[in-house]
Design a protein around this ligand. Structure first.
Ligand code: AHR
Length: 320
């Protein structure tokens, strides 16, 4: 391993001296969570595109939602002597040991979109949004739109133990705190998938007087919201008016729902996490430039007044 690293270092140095691009010499392992949502599919597509554009050899491993598969993939990347590892961690805990192993092998790890509980000296940088802020923006939208009216909210949480599920919940609760007319009456995981979002929403509707006692749905991602919208329609209610729908991601399908008046607001999460991640890695490999520990991407609120049909047209071919 040490020999491999020394060789790789020498090759990189030779490339530098010859003035060639560092990226062309880079092999990067990418441990992706899976394909639970449209947003995740777009992140995978854009990561492949960014790698190709920069001449990076990308080794892709789909973990199918399992942390153990991600740990195996990281160990395999280390054994292959890759130059860097991208990790989108399915849950927040349980990474210390494998991150230590990557550090011992002198392989920088960049976290994508989700965060870990480990010490930040175990990875080079993390690219992602302010997940709590996203939840807060969603909650504030609801506060601003229900006024003084009593509003029972049902919440579809993301994957249990994942940083977006934990933080988007906390952010939303922060926004509605002090607004006693707004209350989360049911909250359950829908695992960030359409199927589960629909299934759990059906159970919420049954438990809440066929949905008549629900004023709003807050979903931690758009895919669960899209599944839930279907369930609301099948229960004979109008999503977007009988039950307000606010969610996160800004995938094309939520803009179709917004254009039809069936969803109300979404907070955009850019799927291009790889661009900033590769920029940071290239600079680090070139001359040791240390990136900040957190590279924050933008979060933007979209509502029905933002021409959802046009946004759909713009986004529909972007890899979602
Ligand atoms: O980690 C980001 C979240 O994971 C996205 O909001 C969700 O759609 C995805 O599956």
């Amino acid at each position: 391993m040490k020999i491999l690293k020394t060789l790789a270092g020498a090759v990189a140095m030779a490339g530098l001296m010859a003035g060639s691009a560092v990226a062309a010499d880079m092999t990067v392992g990418f441990s992706q969570i899976g394909s639970e949502s449209g947003w995740r599919a777009a992140e995978t597509t854009l990561t492949r595109e960014q790698a190709e554009k920069r001449g990076i050899d990308l080794k892709f491993a789909d973990a199918q939602q399992k942390q153990e598969n991600q740990i195996k993939a990281i160990r395999s990347f280390i054994a292959q002597g890759v130059d860097a590892i991208l990790l989108a961690p399915v849950v927040a805990t349980g990474w210390d040991q494998v991150l230590e192993e990557a550090k011992d092998a002198e392989i920088p790890v960049v976290l994508l979109d989700r965060q870990v509980d480990s010490s930040d000296d175990l990875y080079l940088t993390a690219v992602g949004s302010d997940l709590e802020h996203e939840g807060e923006v969603a909650g504030q939208w609801l506060v601003d739109n229900v006024g003084d009216k009593d509003c029972n909210v049902v919440e579809l949480q993301g994957t249990t133990g994942s940083s977006p599920a934990i933080k988007r919940k906390a952010g939303f609760e922060k926004a509605i705190a002090g607004h006693d007319n707004i209350e989360i009456v049911r909250s359950q995981t829908g695992d960030f998938t359409r199927t589960k979002g629909k299934e759990v929403m059906e159970s919420f509707l049954k438990a809440e007087n066929g949905g008549k006692d629900i004023c709003a749905l807050y979903a931690h991602n758009d895919d669960m919201a899209v599944g839930a919208i279907q369930a609301i329609k099948e229960a004979g209610l109008k999503p977007g008016s009988d039950i307000l729908v606010v969610s996160i991601d800004a995938v094309p399908d939520i803009f179709l729902a917004m254009a039809a008046g069936e969803a109300n607001a979404t907070v955009e999460l850019t799927p291009n996490m790889a661009g900033p991640a590769f920029d940071a890695l290239e600079a680090y490999k070139k001359d040791g430039t240390m990136p900040p520990k957190f590279i924050q991407t933008e979060s933007k609120l979209f509502t029905q007044s933002d021409d959802p049909k046009a946004v759909y047209e713009e986004k529909k071919n972007q890899g979602y």
